[in-house]
Design a protein around this ligand. Structure first.
Ligand code: 8YV
Length: 332
C-alpha cells in the first residue's frame, strides 16, 4: 500500500504583521505569505492577494468589500479575520460567493473592558488633561479648586450593548460604585442582570436621558450605524460623558463634536473614529476629550490569543471541520 499523498498546504495570506510566535506557527502549518513591512495594502493589493489565496487573514484596516470579493479566485474559501469586529468585511457578498468568515471573539474581552474603564476614568477625572499640565512646565502647585473632575461613585452608567465586553465593563464599573443600566437588542439572561444588578431599558431614548455616563459596546452593523444620531445625542444631559471603544460609526461624530464644543456634553473618551485613522481636528482641539489610537485590545497576550484563534479556525476549516468562530450575518 502506498503512502497517502501529502495534502497541499493551504495558501494563507496575512495582510499585516502579527506577533512573531504566531507568524512562525503559521509558517509551519500553512503555505503562509506575510506582510513583513506591515504597510496596509491598497484595495488593488488586496485584490491581488485574494486572487491567489486559499485563506485570507485580514484585520480591521483592510476593507474587504464587494469589489475585492468579486475578484477573488475560486480557491478563496475562508476569510479568517484577526479581530472580533467584522464590519470591514462585506458578509453578504462573502456568503453569496460561498466564502466562510471567522473572527476571534472572547479573547480580547477583558483587555478591551480594561481600556474602556481606563477611558471612563480618564475623561471623568481629567487624567489626560492633568498629564498635559504636569508635563507643560506651567504647573505652579496644588490648589483646592484645581483640576476638579466628576465623582464616579454613585453615578449611573448606561451601557449600549451588554455582550461580552459590555458585561466585563459592568463588572469593573460596579467596583467603582457605578450603577449599571443597559440597552440591548435582547434582554440578557436574568442571572446576568442579577449579578450585575443591571437595569434594562427597552427604550434607548429613555435611558440616554437619564444617564451620567454612556458607553458604546455594541458592534457596528447597518442597524447600529449612527445609533447615537444628532437627535439621540441631544437627549443626553449636559453633565453626561460618552465613552466609545467599539466603532466610530456608531456615533454621529460631527454631531458629537458640535455638542462637545458648545458644552452640551461634559466630555468624551474615544478609542475609535468614524473615519479612522483620521481624527476630526476639532475633536483634537478640545480639552474635555480623551483620544486613543484604537488600542482597546492592544496587549501582547491578547494579540497572541487572537492569532491562536485565527490558526485554530484555519486548521479546523482546512481539515474539513466547522471552524469554531464562524461568523453568520444574522448574528449581527
Ligand atoms: C482589533 C478590534 O485591534 O477586534 C476588534 O474588533 O477592534 C480590535 O480589537 C482589530 O479588530 C484587529 O483587526
Amino acid at each position: 500500500m502506498g503512502a497517502m499523498p501529502e495534502k497541499r498546504k493551504p495558501v494563507v495570506i496575512v495582510t499585516r504583521k502579527l506577533p512573531d510566535v504566531i507568524e512562525t506557527r503559521m509558517m509551519e502549518l500553512f503555505d503562509t505569505r506575510l506582510n513583513h513591512d506591515d504597510v496596509p495594502w491598497t484595495q488593488n493589493e488586496l485584490i491581488e492577494a485574494v486572487k491567489i489565496a486559499d485563506v485570507l487573514v485580514p484585520t480591521v484596516t483592510d476593507r474587504i468589500d464587494a469589489r475585492v470579493l468579486s475578484q477573488a479566485g475560486s480557491n478563496l474559501r475562508l476569510i479568517a479575520s484577526f479581530g472580533t469586529g467584522v464590519d470591514h468585511i462585506d458578509l453578504k457578498t462573502a456568503r453569496q460567493r460561498g466564502i466562510t468568515v471567522t473572527n476571534t471573539p472572547g479573547v480580547l474581552t477583558e483587555d478591551t473592558a480594561d481600556m474602556t474603564m481606563a477611558l471612563l476614568l480618564a475623561v471623568t477625572r481629567r487624567l489626560a488633561e492633568g498629564e498635559r499640565v504636569a508635563r507643560s512646565g506651567t504647573w505652579h502647585g496644588w490648589g483646592p479648586t484645581m483640576m476638579l473632575g466628576t465623582r464616579l461613585w454613585g453615578k449611573r452608567l448606561g451601557i449600549i450593548g451588554l455582550g461580552r465586553i459590555g458585561q466585563a465593563l459592568a463588572r469593573r464599573a460596579r467596583g467603582f460604585g457605578l450603577t449599571i443600566h443597559y440597552h440591548n437588542r435582547r434582554r440578557v439572561h436574568p442571572d446576568v442582570e442579577t449579578e450585575l444588578e443591571a437595569t434594562y431599558w427597552d427604550s434607548l431614548d429613555q435611558m440616554l436621558a437619564r444617564m451620567d455616563i454612556v458607553s458604546i459596546n455594541c458592534p457596528h452593523t447597518p442597524a447600529t450605524y449612527h445609533l447615537l444620531s444628532a437627535r439621540r445625542l441631544a437627549l443626553l444631559r449636559p453633565h453626561c460623558f460618552i465613552v466609545n471603544s467599539s466603532r466610530g460609526e456608531v456615533i454621529d461624530e460631527n454631531a458629537l463634536t458640535r455638542m462637545l464644543e458648545k458644552g452640551d456634553l461634559a466630555g468624551a473618551a474615544l478609542d475609535v473614529y468614524e473615519h479612522e485613522p483620521a481624527i476630526n481636528p476639532r475633536l483634537v482641539a478640545l480639552d474635555n476629550v480623551v483620544l486613543l489610537p484604537h488600542m482597546g485590545s492592544a496587549t501582547l497576550e491578547g494579540r497572541i490569543d487572537m492569532g491562536e484563534k485565527v490558526i485554530i479556525n484555519i486548521k479546523a476549516f482546512s481539515d474539513g471541520h466547522p471552524p469554531p468562530d464562524r461568523v453568520i450575518e444574522t448574528m449581527f
